[in-house]
Design a binder for this molecule. Structure first.
Ligand SMILES: [Zn+2]
Length: 325
């Protein structure tokens, strides 16, 4: 048997809490469900379980600290050699059943929730799921169906990992089975990329944390609760002023562009942004004006452009620094 401290990678002085945390991390990493068909991971997983079985039990940990082993016969022999006592049993040492897989139920109960050893497909625990939404779905809210992986107690062995004829074949001795549940989740309007939404699992058993990804939109850009777009206008519209249609996530809006609008100038439509999840109020819609230039150059256009050029009283680049001072 390997040194359990070494297996978990914790110091001999590690607290129970530290040991528990490390164990959980490692057990999740090397769990057979996460590493299907990986014999190395499975071996490592079993090693981690054995190590934790020793270090999570005060008596067994003390026993290992004192004797470097938890094997009953070996302990007895060393104990005898130490001449503190000639024969067992050793008060405070409860090594019955240890070393087998009988402890797995409680170990998993500890790791994954509360079903420890309870028969049948027990209640599930906090599960995670991911969903990817279109920009519009996120902005307006959507009901989606997400597959949720649950680990439930094995029905064959009631979560103990073993049957009368040895380790349970159905769950590979882990005491756990993976079930996929198709969960309908209502995502509220305004949900954003990277948000997590909590949903109740089926039958109220356990909570599902759904992490949300939102596909970007080529036209509407979201910054917080605000929406940003770019609106191309003609030179005439920018120069003379105009009423143009602005597409927003809540539908088209007629908006005025004042005479003398500059390319890049930004305007705001109040309350036409995204609904805030917490406050329920809406952000704003900002549209930046982009003065589009006709691509085709004609004799008439050339003449018109020359006369437009005369409208500039001053060089538009006057006042720009000529280099970095
Ligand atoms: Zn089983």
């Amino acid at each position: 048997m390997r040194d359990p401290y070494e297996v978990l990678g914790v110091a001999r002085s590690a607290s129970k809490d530290e040991i528990k945390k490390t164990y959980r991390k490692l057990a999740r990493k090397f769990h057979p469900d996460v590493n299907p068909g990986n014999a190395d991971a499975e071996r490592r997983f079993k090693e981690i379980q054995s190590a934790y079985a020793v270090l999570s039990d005060d008596a067994k940990r003390r026993q290992f600290d004192d004797f470097g082993t938890v094997d009953e016969a070996e302990v007895a022999a060393r104990h005898a050699r130490s001449r503190r006592r000639s024969t067992g049993p050793f008060p405070g040492f409860d090594v019955r059943g240890f070393g087998g897989v009988g402890d797995l139920g409680s170990l998993f109960g500890d790791l994954f929730g509360s079903f420890g050893g309870r028969p049948g497909p027990g209640p599930t625990v906090a599960a995670e799921a991911q969903v990817e939404l279109d920009f519009g779905q996120a902005v307006h809210g959507a009901t989606v169906v997400v597959p949720v992986r649950h680990e439930v107690a094995c029905t064959e062995c009631a979560g103990t990992g073993r049957t009368a004829s040895g380790p349970c074949r159905r769950c590979g001795g882990t005491g756990l089975l993976v079930q996929t549940e198709r969960l309908r989740v209502r995502l509220p309007a305004g949900v954003g990329d990277g948000d997590r939404v909590r949903a109740a699992g089926k039958g109220g058993d356990g909570e599902v944390s759904v992490s949300v990804r939102v596909r970007p939109d080529p036209f509407f850009e979201r910054k917080g609760d605000d929406i940003h777009t770019v609106v191309p206008v003609t030179f005439a519209e920018a120069y003379l002023g105009a009423e143009v249609e602005i597409g927003t996530i809540h539908g088209p809006v007629r908006a005025k562009i004042p005479a003398g609008t500059q390319s890049g100038q930004r305007f705001r439509l109040r309350g036409k942004g995204v609904r805030n999840l917490r406050t329920g109020t809406h952000g704003d819609h900002y549209y930046a004006v982009h003065v589009a230039v006709p691509r085709v150059v004609s004799p008439a256009g050339r003449e018109a452009a020359r006369r437009v050029g005369e409208l500039y009283g001053v060089d538009p680049r006057a006042g720009l620094p000529r280099s970095l001072e």
